[in-house]
Design a protein around this ligand. Structure first.
Ligand code: AMP
Ligand code: MG
Ligand code: MG
Length: 206
């Protein structure tokens, strides 16, 4: 039975997955305005080998609300010391652009795509912070795969959160949930498993 839908077929053309999971300032049941990114991790995953070849990772100094709430520290495990004195988002975006360039991800013949858990990171969080602080928003952040959609397509099950997808695939949660770098690594594990499953159920020519 064919399991490749068109979006899955398109994944075959990707050379590198850029697995990304931001952490941001937060408060219990209250929306932070503006909400600011405090951890910015991206894994460069080779789409053929599914191995991580390079990691961009930094904590980010928030400027509108520089003091983290107790709730945020407890949720993310990110302490005040981990963000104080770190680069602000404007500098991080410049460093990230250099990392993209140095990793050959800005050349036309290399096809890369971000992978996130949900749409919040690149549809809401980064655009809203860039708008608020009037920072340029590079085009490469406009294209991403929501791993929850991929999970539903491949497993035919509804995706809940990251821990639920890991459980559904028989995978362990490594590290600490809500640590951006650990979440990214766990999302990369889910991605690798889904691709492996999808290829193993690929239709054979009849
Ligand atoms: P996650 O990638 O799920 O770790 O979450 C990303 C960000 O969303 C966190 O750094 C928080 O800013 C926010 N967030 C996640 N869960 C909660 C929650 N239960 N309450 C408030 N904010 C949250
Ligand atoms: Mg996340
Ligand atoms: Mg996270």
């Amino acid at each position: 039975m064919a399991t490749f839908s068109e979006p899955l077929k398109a994944i075959e053309a990707i050379d590198y997955f850029l697995v990304l999971d931001f952490e941001a300032t937060c408060e219990n049941k209250v929306k932070m305005k503006p909400q600011e990114i405090i951890e910015f991790p991206v894994l460069k995953v080779n789409a053929k080998t599914l191995k991580t070849e390079s990691i961009f990772h930094t904590y980010v100094q928030p400027t509108a609300n520089p003091v983290l709430t107790r709730f945020c520290i407890d949720l993310t495990g990110i302490t005040q010391e981990m963000v104080t004195g770190q680069p602000i988002l404007k500098e991080v975006l410049e460093d990230f652009h250099k990392w993209m360039r140095d990793n050959g991800l800005l050349t036309r013949d290399v096809n890369s795509c971000f992978v996130t858990c949900g749409d919040w990171d690149l549809k809401t969080m980064l655009p809203s912070q860039c708008r608020h602080f009037k920072l340029p928003f590079p085009d490469y952040f406009l294209k991403w795969i929501n791993i929850k959609d991929l999970y539903s397509r491949v497993t035919k099950e509804r995706a809940t959160g990251m821990p639920g997808m890991l459980r559904g695939l028989g995978l362990e949660l490594d590290g600490r949930h809500h640590s951006g770098i650990d979440d990214s690594k766990n999302i990369a594990k889910i991605l690798a498993k889904l691709i492996e499953l999808n290829f193993s159920t690929q239709p054979t020519a009849e």
